[in-house]
Ligand binder design. Sequence first.
Ligand SMILES: [Zn+2]
Length: 210
Amino acid sequence: MNDTNSLDELIACLHCDTLATSPSLAAGETALCPCCGNKLFSRKKDSINRTMAISLAGLMLLFPAITLPIIGVGVAGKYNDASLVDCIMLMINDDFYIIAFSVFLFTIAIPSVKIFSAFYLSYKIKRKQISSSLLIFYRSYHLFDSWAMIHVFFLGIIVSIYKLISLDELTVGSGLISLLLLLLCSTLISITIDQKLIWDTLESEFAPKS
Ligand SMILES: [Zn+2]
């Protein structure tokens, strides 16, 4: 029986629900719906290498983004600066537990897990070391990628800080620059990662052999 295999080769158009046979594409090519011309999927160029390079850069930025000063405030001759960890600790000391938890979750936990999952996935697929743990990492990547809209929120915060800097009392710390680059890496990963390529690789490895 090869019914399962033939079903696996079908792909549905998200625009008109037409079922088409999934073609095998070369890097850079795009499959279009035969009925409405809508894009079915595309094979991204050099996806694994690009994702691995960007996620490695993101991992290297993680530590400075968390520990280096984000902003510095100078008032009446005194100068203070604070890192992301300092900010979270201050919020906990002032009993702002929910805000402290949200900042930790959206600025440290989610980007870290997403970037590490993307790096681990691309590294293992490049080395052709396909294991069942890759499925767990891919699921976690999917889960945290859906929180990518939080970048827009952070862009708002960064713009607000930039406006405050015109008051001459605040200075941008290297931690903020690292955090900005980290969020940029996280966004770029969403662009470079070829989710269908990863699914196809994992599926061909774990599909029941007949
Ligand atoms: Zn269509």
